[in-house]
Design a protein around this ligand. Structure first.
Ligand code: SF4
Ligand code: MG
Length: 320
């Protein structure tokens, strides 16, 4: 299939008063058209920083891509200037976040915001942009789109606001949609509706989707490919079926055990012992070794490299 995005050995570091944070440290990922790649891990593992690196939206001047390539439709984004990135953001690559309230302008009716995107980026006339906006609101299954067009963000529910964000993200028919925890703030029913909407639109628009989540339940419902990230590195990568049926990396096993058992006890979420390390001073050898129940002597001294253990199933662990 057509690879839309190919990230090769990406390293994004941040200079902070306490040292250099190796937030993204040698990441390799591919996403094809009409495919959703789930990037999973606990918070603080570098998932969001990986996404922000693609758009060069990491904090500046602290953040910097120090190595690697981000090949998007044949072009290396890592080499692009700020002006060149401006022509890509929101047009060829769009991003949606956990809390739409922070990205929507509170003093603008939501329809007007989408109209603005269409007139600026797509150079449409206002009547044409208004027509397309209503169309987009229908596409994301917002009921009564003509009335909703005039509503302000605070008049809408969280789920409706996230639909508006998706409509806006899709306004320019991007080749890649990045969704960073898009449903984390929503309740379970609404979460399922938003995920199925992203799924449908991905097929309809042939978009590649990078879905960032800490929740493997969300991955199971939405993704075809999965990459598990720990402490700035990809530790396991495979298709969604293999990740669940043939889980290899001890960190992925812990994440799976942390999925709440909905049938039994909603509140009992087994958390993973220990904490995500400070990425200024990551542990030597395998970065997961201080928390790993399977660790061996070699684990604290030698870094395990990502290897293809079975066809298209990659893992970075000395057990394999
Ligand atoms: Fe555990 Fe060692 Fe594998 Fe790291 S390399 S996950 S410490 S067994
Ligand atoms: Mg995050």
């Amino acid at each position: 299939n057509d690879i839309i995005l190919q990230i090769k050995n990406l390293k994004t570091y941040l200079t902070t008063p306490s040292g250099i944070v190796q937030a993204v440290d040698g990441v390799d990922l591919n996403i094809a058209a009409n495919q959703t790649l789930g990037l999973v891990g606990e918070s603080g593992c570098g998932k969001s920083m990986t996404a922000l690196s693609i758009l060069k939206l990491y904090p500046k001047p602290q953040g910097k891509i120090v190595d690697g390539q981000i090949i998007f439709l044949g072009d290396d984004l890592a080499k692009k200037t700020e002006e060149e990135m401006y022509a890509i953001r929101g047009k060829k690559i769009s991003m949606i976040f956990q809390e739409p309230m922070t990205s929507l302008d509170p003093v603008f009716p939501i329809g007007k915001e989408i109209v603005e995107v269409l007139t600026i980026h797509q150079k449409l006339s206002i009547p044409e942009a208004e027509k397309q906006t209503i169309e987009l609101l229908k596409r994301v299954r917002i009921p009564e789109p003509k009335r909703r067009f005039r509503e302000y963000p605070h008049q809408m529910s969280g789920g409706m606001r996230q639909r508006v964000m998706i409509a806006m993200a899709l306004a320019c028919r991007p080749a890649l949609l990045i969704a960073d925890e898009p449903t984390t703030a929503l309740d379970v029913t609404i979460q399922a509706q938003i995920l199925s909407l992203i799924n449908d639109l991905k097929s309809e628009f042939q978009t590649a989707v990078l879905l960032i989540t800490h929740d493997l339940g969300v991955v199971a419902e939405t993704c075809q490919q999965v990459a598990v990230m720990y402490a700035g590195k990809i530790v396991e990568k495979a298709d969604v079926y293999s990740i669940f049926s043939n889980t290899l990396h001890p960190y992925t096993v812990s994440l799976l055990n942390a999925i709440p058992r909905i049938q039994r006890d909603r509140k009992r979420l087994e958390s993973i012992p220990g904490r995500v390390p400070n990425l200024c001073f990551p542990p030597g050898g395998c970065r997961f070794h201080p928390r790993c129940s399977k660790k061996m002597a070699v684990c604290s001294t030698t870094e395990p490299l990502l290897k293809e253990i079975e066809k298209d199933h990659w893992v970075a662990c000395h057990l394999y």
